[in-house]
Design a protein around this ligand. Structure first.
Ligand SMILES: Nc1ncnc2c1ncn2[C@@H]1O[C@H](COP(=O)(O)OP(=O)(O)OP(=O)(O)O)[C@@H](O)[C@H]1O
Ligand SMILES: [Mg+2]
Length: 226
């Protein structure tokens, strides 16, 4: 099985070298737990280290703010975009159509760029128009069919309110091939972030919680080894 490396330090070794190529992974997490930084590392490292182009759909922050925030970690997304290695799509560009129009827009851009990595940040915002569970469920399956039929490896963030026992509407996790979670935990007078792989179809993976460090260069997973 071909693997797609995230390049996030400490991570790929926890899942036999990377996420399976062509898979859809949900990156669930509380607010501020590092979902956007993680997604950016996936796209940035793809372009810089692995010669794989990527599309980042930012639906919670506009493209300019997103790029500025990520620059703090040394990710020069502007430059990568100018050199045609990545493309950033934001709400401005996606707002016109309905869900299937937006989805087609994204997949067209993927094809134009010959991109193989896709991040949707967040799935929660992307599906915000679906108020009813039934509409939400069919939208999810539409996304699944559109994205799985291709060669892309997709990462979709899902915001999880702290203390919540379910992820999104409780159906996202079944649609995805993999679910990885970032979790903020209060310890004494500090919030720490931990990481766990809840599932990853077709591959062995760690079932332990690992520490997440926020470094000037981005996130790093510190594997728990005992
Ligand atoms: N320059 C920085 N150096 C170190 N840590 C930072 C820096 N900038 C942001 N952070 C940390 O990263 C967190 C934000 O990470 P990120 O935006 O990836 O979270 P998120 O899970 O996407 O949050 P949201 O739910 O709001 O989208 C901040 O809350 C802060 O703790
Ligand atoms: Mg975010």
């Amino acid at each position: 099985m071909e693997r797609i490396k995230s390049g996030v330090p400490g991570l790929d070794g926890l899942m036999e070298g990377g996420v399976p190529k062509g898979s859809i992974t949900i990156l669930a997490g509380n607010t501020g737990s590092g979902k956007t930084i993680f997604g950016t590392q996936f796209i940035h490292n793809g372009a810089v280290q692995y010669n794989e182009k990527g599309v980042y759909a930012t639906l919670e922050e506009d493209a300019a703010t997103f790029k500025e925030n990520m620059r703090r970690f040394g990710f020069n997304l502007d430059q990568l975009e100018k050199s045609g290695k990545i493309m950033i799509l934001d709400h401005e560009m996606l707002r016109s159509g309905g869900l299937d129009v937006n989805l087609r827009f994204i997949t067209e851009k993927m094809r134009d760029l010959k991109a193989t990595r896709l991040v949707i940040d967040s799935l929660t915002a992307f599906l915000a128009a679906c108020e009813e569970k039934l509409a939400y469920r069919s939208a999810l399956y539409l996304m699944h069919d559109q994205l799985k039929g291709n060669e892309y490896t997709t990462l979709m963030t899902v915001s999880v309110p702290s203390g919540s026992q379910t992820l999104g509407m409780g159906i996202e996790e079944f649609m995805a091939d993999g679910v990885i979670q970032l979790e903020n935990v209060v310890q004494e007078l500090e919030i720490r972030t931990r990481f766990v792989i809840r599932k990853m179809r077709g591959t062995g993976h760690s079932r332990k919680f690992h520490r997440v460090m926020f470094l000037p260069s981005g996130l790093e997973i510190v594997p728990f080894t005992s």
